[in-house]
Design a binder for this molecule. Structure first.
Ligand code: PMV
Length: 279
């Protein structure tokens, strides 16, 4: 008899706006992307496959946590229950990251676009957003794996928050405003430009201090050729800052710039499906 095979997969994500601020109960707008991690279990063997860059803010650890929880549920023969998968994944994420907002595991579970808020440890709210905009010409540029982990970046911001509460809170609040503007843009309730939203978010992340000098330089180069880019995820301040979400109405120019700088660049589609069983 052939051993039973079970395969599940979960997507990575980008944060359109709201990283770091989401840890302080401000909203975040997140989207699942067309990069996935899968776990296949055949007999006693487990195989992990992923095209999500590791440790770069694209949600690879959350995708692993979600896929592992989903696989457990399948192997135990339990009912496919997204809420349960998400809760289990959150527990795994907490072990690894200390104080995560839970946004990463939630988007990887449910997919699509999510408006996410952690009001309190026991009240995390989210809504699926049906984007009325076609988001095209978006790319991920990998500046490389940051020296700092997400946990370290989150505690770096926490340290700043303790020392200079009013300054830091005002930056986080402004990030919240950009996130709301982004939401109105997606819902076509306001005519804003995607470039302006990305630039607005990036400039606040730079003020917060989560973007390294070399990444700031790269983003200025992207802006010079008419594009926009932002750190997506926890960022990194010493050297690399992980994945950038980048936009240009003439994508070839962006691709050329990244290639000239020897950086990995790939097109991304937003709003992809969440965790699922693969046939
Ligand atoms: O870098 P990532 O994908 O782990 O994203 C972290 C996002 C933060 O807001 C910085 C932390 C969190 O838990 O939401």
């Amino acid at each position: 008899m052939k051993p039973r095979m079970v395969k599940v997969s979960a997507p990575g994500k980008v944060i359109l706006s709201g990283e770091h601020a989401v840890v302080y109960s401000y909203p975040a707008l997140v989207a699942a992307v067309n990069k996935r991690l899968s776990i296949t279990r055949i007999g006693n063997k487990k195989e992990i496959d992923s095209d999500i860059p590791i440790g770069c803010g694209m949600g690879s650890s959350a995708a692993f946590a979600v896929a592992s929880s989903a696989l457990n549920i399948k192997l135990k023969g339990e009912r496919w229950d997204l809420e349960k998968i998400n809760q289990e994944a959150y527990k795994r994420e907490k072990k690894q990251h200390g104080n995560p907002s839970g946004g990463d595991n939630t988007i990887s579970t449910y997919g699509g676009f999510l408006w996410y808020r952690k009001e309190a440890e026991s009240l995390k709210t989210f809504s699926q957003i049906h984007s009325k905009r076609k988001l095209s010409n978006l790319f991920a540029i990998n500046t490389g794996r940051p020296n700092e982990s997400t946990k370290e970046m989150v505690s770096y911001v926490a340290g700043l928050y303790r020392k200079r509460k009013s300054k830091i809170d005002s930056i986080l609040k402004d990030i919240g405003e950009v996130t709301k503007a982004f939401l109105r843009y997606l819902l076509a309730e306001e005519n804003l430009s995607l470039e302006a939203l990305i630039k607005g978010n990036e400039s606040l992340l730079e003020n917060l201090g989560v973007v390294s000098k070399s990444t700031i330089q790269l983003i200025r180069e992207i802006e010079k050729i008419g594009g926009a880019a932002k750190v997506s995820g926890a960022g990194g301040k010493k050297d690399k800052s992980g994945i950038l979400l980048a936009y240009h109405q003439d994508p070839d120019r962006l691709v050329m710039l990244a290639k000239d700088m020897n950086l990995d660049i790939f097109p991304i589609r937003l709003g992809e499906g969440g965790v699922r069983v693969e046939k």
